[in-house]
Design a protein around this ligand. Structure first.
Ligand SMILES: [Zn+2]
Length: 187
C-alpha cells in the first residue's frame, strides 16, 4: 500500500517537536479501525497521490466528486479546530450516514452506510472525532494558516504548533521576523 509507505516515509522526514504529521495517517487508521479508506482520505490530507491507492478485500472505489468533498470537509475540520467554525457545520456531511454493527470475517465490525459521494468525508470526520476522544487536545491543525496538515502532539509539553518545524515552523518564523523588521523600519 503505497500511501502507507509514503506516510511512514513522511513521518521519518518530519521528526520534530514530537509532532509528526505523517504519522497522523497511521494513528487515525489505527484509531478508527478502518484502515484503507481512511488512509485514502488522509493521503489527500498529506497530499500523497490518491491514484497509488489499492487494497485487497476492501478494494474501495472512490466515486468522482468524493475527493472534492473530502478536501472540503478537511477545510471545515481545520476551521472547527481553529475555533473559526462551530462543529455544527459538519452536520451536512453526516446527513443520512449510519454505522451498522456487523459480524463479518470472524469478527464484529462497523459498516458505514452513507451516500457514495460523502462516504469518504464521513470517515474522515469519524476518524477525527475518534482521535479527539482518545487523545484529547493532542490533534490540531498546523499553525501555518496556509497549511492543510494536521499534527498529533505527543510531546510532554503539548505545545507543538507545526506539522513540520523544517517546513512550516521555519516559514512562519521567517515571516514573523520579516514583519518585525518591516514594522521597525516603518515606525
Ligand atoms: Zn504545516
Amino acid at each position: 500500500m503505497t500511501a502507507t509507505v509514503g506516510a511512514r516515509h513522511a513521518a521519518r522526514e518530519r521528526s520534530g517537536a514530537g509532532s509528526v504529521a505523517g504519522e497522523v495517517a497511521l494513528w487515525i487508521a489505527a484509531a478508527a479501525g478502518v484502515v484503507c479508506l481512511v488512509l485514502a482520505s488522509l493521503a489527500l490530507a498529506l497530499d500523497i497521490t490518491l491514484m497509488m491507492f489499492r487494497t485487497g478485500s476492501m478494494a474501495p472505489t472512490i466515486p468522482s466528486g468524493s475527493v472534492a468533498v473530502v478536501r472540503e470537509v478537511r477545510g471545515v475540520l481545520q476551521d472547527v479546530d481553529r475555533g473559526e467554525e462551530s462543529p455544527d457545520r459538519l452536520a451536512g456531511y453526516l446527513r443520512d450516514a449510519v454505522l451498522l454493527p456487523t459480524a463479518e470475517e470472524g469478527r464484529l465490525q462497523w459498516r458505514l452506510e452513507a451516500p457514495a459521494d460523502r462516504r469518504l468525508a464521513v470517515r474522515v470526520v469519524l476518524a477525527w472525532h475518534e482521535l479527539e476522544e482518545s487523545r484529547p487536545g493532542r490533534l490540531r491543525s498546523c499553525g501555518n494558516p496556509e497549511c492543510r496538515l494536521f499534527l498529533i502532539d505527543r510531546s510532554h509539553a503539548n505545545r507543538a504548533q507545526w506539522c513540520s518545524m523544517a517546513v512550516c515552523g521555519n516559514r512562519m518564523k521567517a515571516r514573523r521576523h520579516y514583519e518585525r523588521k518591516r514594522q521597525a523600519a516603518a515606525g
